[in-house]
Design a protein around this ligand. Structure first.
Ligand code: 13P
Length: 304
């Protein structure tokens, strides 16, 4: 056995990723939602892949442009996810999805091998959003990738981009869905990050109105952290088939890491508690447990 305990295939492999089309169609038919979990580094990627494989669940690994930059670019993220799938023998469906992509970012992610991209044109006037989304849909088709579009900015802060928490106009949703996007993020009062105490909850009337206009299009719920479980379930029953979660994994990771340090385990030199493989392990396990909890809530456990 060489350098690695597991057999390593070092030759360049083609992609193991799938786009979201098939998993979305099954989720819509089965009235459950696929977990979209943002990755931030190797610990995240491993935790998400292991959670999906161990529970036989499909998963979407999301990466924002900022998180991709932090991980040394789209190509590096693609290689890390794709090679990890091979190394860890991941056989469940996994999509690698650009989260809140800009026009240029979506093109670059497709070029790097991402199997799915979100083009977030919600900040553009609707005509420009429609035109740019059309171009990304055409380009993605050449790569066999899927596309998520957005109408009505999701509130809160995502990678320095602050949205106002608009509610999407159902007619605009219909227009953008007709461009051939695979899934649609539509603001219904949801926001990224931790919800303020006076948050009014999801607007199910708007969600129902949107679903009536776009019955064939899978809807995406962003800002999955902190929405009460009953509201998440109701949103899924009304047509949401993908729920995005990022902050909750970050909080779980930070809490587990803090506990390890507060217990002074990093200071145990005999056990080499300072080794990142030990220091970051509780955080990684906490992410994995969070992801499995989300899959259970969304109904996607065992649906691979
Ligand atoms: P949270 O960080 O609120 O979970 O939202 C994640 C998200 O919507 C990513 O697009």
């Amino acid at each position: 056995m060489g350098l690695f305990s597991k057999k390593e295939n070092t030759k360049k492999t083609s992609t193991r990723l799938v786009n979201v089309k098939d998993m979305m169609a099954k989720a819509v038919a089965g009235k459950y939602a696929i977990a979209h979990i943002n990755t931030n580094n190797l610990e995240w990627t491993t935790a998400i892949l292991e959670a999906a494989q161990e529970t036989n669940s499909p998963v979407i690994i999301g990466v924002s442009e900022g998180a991709a930059k932090y991980q040394n670019g789209f190509k590096n993220v693609f290689d890390m996810v794709n090679n990890s799938m091979e190394y860890l023998n991941i056989t469940v469906p996994v999509a690698l999805h650009l989260d809140h992509g800009s026009y240029e970012g979506a093109k670059a992610a497709l070029e790097a091998g991402f199997s799915s991209v979100m083009f977030d044109g919600s900040a553009y006037p609707i005509e420009e959003n429609l035109q740019k989304t059309t171009e990304i849909v055409q380009l993605a088709a050449k790569y066999g990738a899927s596309v998520e579009a957005e109408v009505g900015a999701i509130g809160g802060e995502e990678d320095g981009v602050v949205g106002e928490g608009e509610k999407a106009d159902p007619n605009q949703c219909k227009e953008i869905a007709s461009l051939g996007v695979d899934i649609l993020a539509a603001g219904i009062g949801n926001i990224h990050g931790i919800y303020p105490k006076n948050w009014k909850g999801l607007d199910f009337k708007v969600l129902q109105a949107i679903k009536n206009e776009v019955p064939q299009t899978g809807l995406v719920l962003h800002g999955g952290t902190g929405i009460p479980d009953a509201q998440v379930k109701k949103a899924i029953s009304l047509g949401v088939c993908k729920v995005n979660v990022n902050t909750e994994c970050q909080l779980a990771f930070a809490e587990a890491t803090r506990k390890y340090i507060q217990e002074k385990k990093d200071l145990d030199t005999k056990k080499k508690g300072f080794d990142p493989r030990k220091l970051l392990k509780p955080g990684k396990e906490a992410i994995k447990a969070t992801v499995i909890g989300k899959m259970k809530l969304f109904g996607s456990l065992g649906k691979a």
